[in-house]
Design a protein around this ligand. Structure first.
Ligand SMILES: [Zn+2]
Length: 281
């Protein structure tokens, strides 16, 4: 066997709704990616519930590889609470992330934030969360090949990064690129959205063919990098225009839903609309 990759996908999960009028709230469908070579592997992101972490560990084991490194792309705990289960299964694996992202990751697993995650997923998240260690440099070995970590700044959170594997023309994007799924814009600002657009330019410059998004619609057509980057650029621009032209959450939701009727996890749009427009007179 030579260098290859595989993707573990979890479907949307029910969560309690915090916005009026939306009862069937869900957490977006999510992915974890294993890049493997003959006798080594790199796991990128680790999902959120204990059960997902266990299933992910079993799936990794089914590939007959021990991950040397586990890389976490950005400081949102829905991409790394499952790390506890992964390290229980693979104690030799080294969990790493961008050094500058570690303080925000530690905040995500503070008691206050763990109460927030526990409210989303009651009884389902670990009570022993762990944070990765700072990655020295920007490269990760995968057997005879190398993955490069590209810091891209603020996207749906600060200190985001993507993993580039040139030998596979592959990018694993975390939350920098979404695949046919509403993009997380709650608490976004004009500056953060502009930063996200620049991050998409940085990913486009890698000229990869394949891109695995951290949140992927189960019925997405494919993992074509150029299509996904173009769609995310258009979504951000359309959101900006729709936000500018709306004075109530309902108006913004209606405009974006008309333009994007088929994206996964509409609840993401609803929470953003209610967050950004509730105080607007
Ligand atoms: Zn996410």
């Amino acid at each position: 066997m030579s260098l290859d990759f595989d993707v573990f996908v979890v479907d949307p999960k029910p969560i309690p709704s915090t916005v009026p009028g939306f009862d069937e709230a869900t957490w977006p469908p999510s992915t974890s990616t294993l890049i493997s070579d003959d006798d080594d592997a790199l796991l990128v992101d680790c999902l959120v519930t204990e059960q997902e972490g266990r299933e992910l560990a079993a799936w990794v084991r089914s590939h007959d590889r021990e991950p040397g490194y586990v890389y976490i792309t950005h400081p949102h705990a829905d991409h790394f609470l499952g790390l506890t289960e992964i390290l229980a299964a693979f104690p030799e694996a080294r969990p790493v992330a961008l050094a500058e992202s570690i303080p925000a990751m530690e905040e995500q697993i503070s008691p206050a934030y763990m109460r927030v995650w526990g409210a989303y997923f009651p009884g389902q998240v670990t009570d022993k969360p762990v944070s990765p260690e700072p990655l020295a440099g920007t490269t990760l070995p995968i057997g005879g090949s190398t993955a490069t970590v590209i810091p891209v700044g603020t996207t749906d959170t600060g200190h985001s990064s993507v993993v580039h594997v040139p030998d596979l023309s592959l990018v694993v994007s975390g939350d920098v690129v979404y695949n046919q799924t509403h993009m997380w814009l709650m608490r976004s600002t004009p500056d953060s959205r502009a930063s996200w657009a620049r991050a998409l330019d940085a990913v486009a410059a890698l000229e990869a063919d394949t891109l695995i998004a951290g949140h992927r619609n189960p019925v997405a057509a494919d993992d074509d990098a150029r299509r996904q980057i173009a769609e995310c650029r258009r979504y951000l621009a359309d959101f900006e225009a729709a936000l500018e032209g709306s004075s109530t959450p309902g108006e913004l939701i209606d405009r974006m839903t008309a333009a994007y009727p088929d994206l996964a996890n509409p609840y993401t749009l609803w929470v953003a609309a209610h967050d950004l427009l509730r105080a607007k007179p």
